[in-house]
Unconditional design. Structure first.
Length: 314
């Protein structure tokens, strides 16, 4: 390890769909290699949202240092840009300690923000244009702004998630100022990334993964997910808050308000989680360089395979 002529900071990253087992594997690998886990999950950044986000428990956090957990309160909005800034600081701190940063999570947009940051070139900004699109977002939602970008610059719209509002607005701004779509510019290449990555994922047969998802939802409910949601609402967190749009929270609120039967809420949660896992796999299959390991193998074997891949690429 350590003989690669490319001296950019090295990161091991475990990615893939929800309930695939990547968190357990990442924690074991980090413990063995003297690393620290940088969580890459858009819901685990919220405090007091532990059960529904499948946040690593206190035992795992004592065994291996974890970063990017419990960053903001549930009533606060949190952006991709804010995550990228904070995660870069965490990665730098871990490297300065002589440890290996181990990214772990299923939020593909967060990985892309760290791996291939979009800077939108050197086109100067225009406050009036940005303010206009921001007002549209506040009035009609981020999807409405993203729809405008899809009309003006389809290629950029396909690269940017509607929730990445800052970059969506910036792409529209560049288009208005220059008259040319941002997609006409070259995307950052892997060599432009500030880091080197060993990317690993756990690949499951669809039906097996869906069964794991259903079982995990049942465990979350048994552990008190409903009570967690009820406590958040009682503390003043709005059902419309960004955090409450997460899986497990959004589905239970209608039941608590008497709008939906309990079993219907549970069935909806399981179905939406399965659909989310499918979207995650679609996203990560488009990410180059991921080494897929077979889900369901013996944990010790998976750990040995992952460590071998990481050492080969360090």
């Amino acid at each position: 390890m350590g003989n690669n002529p490319d001296k950019r900071p090295f990161i091991a990253a475990f990615v893939g769909p929800t309930a695939s087992g990547k968190s357990d594997l990442a924690t074991e690998v980090a413990k063995t290699l003297g690393g620290a886990v940088v969580c890459m999950d858009a819901m685990q950044v919220y405090r007091r949202m532990d059960i529904g986000t499948a946040k690593p428990d206190r035992q795992d956090q004592r065994r291996v240092p974890h970063y990017m957990l419990d960053v903001v309160e549930p009533h606060e909005a949190y952006s991709v840009a804010a995550y990228a800034r904070a995660a870069r600081l965490a990665i730098g701190e871990i490297h300065n300690q002589g440890r290996l940063p181990v990214l772990c999570g299923g939020t593909g947009l967060y990985l892309r923000a760290l791996r291939q940051p979009l800077t939108f070139g050197h086109t100067p900004g225009d406050e009036a244009i940005r303010a206009r699109w921001q007002r549209l977002a506040e009035a009609e939602g981020a999807d409405a702004v993203h729809a405008r970008l899809l009309e003006a610059d389809p290629a950029s719209a396909r690269r940017l998630h509607p929730n990445d509002l800052r970059r969506v607005i910036r792409a529209l701004e560049v288009y208005e100022i220059t008259g040319r779509p941002f997609s006409a510019q070259a995307l950052p290449a892997e060599a432009d990334s500030p880091y080197r990555f060993a990317l690993l994922g756990l690949l499951w047969q669809r039906e097996a993964l869906y069964a794991r998802i259903d079982a995990r939802v049942d465990r979350m409910l048994a552990r008190g997910l409903a009570e967690e949601v009820r406590a958040l609402l009682a503390s003043g967190v709005s059902p419309k808050a960004q955090s409450m749009q997460g899986l497990g929270y959004k589905e239970l609120v209608p039941w608590m308000m008497g709008e939906t039967p309990y079993q219907e809420a549970v069935d909806t949660l399981k179905r939406r989680t399965r659909n989310y896992a499918k979207r995650q796999m679609t996203w990560f299959r488009r990410e180059p360089g991921i080494r897929w390991l077979p889900g369901g193998e013996d944990p010790a074997s998976l750990k040995a395979q992952a460590i071998t891949i990481i050492k080969e690429q360090t």
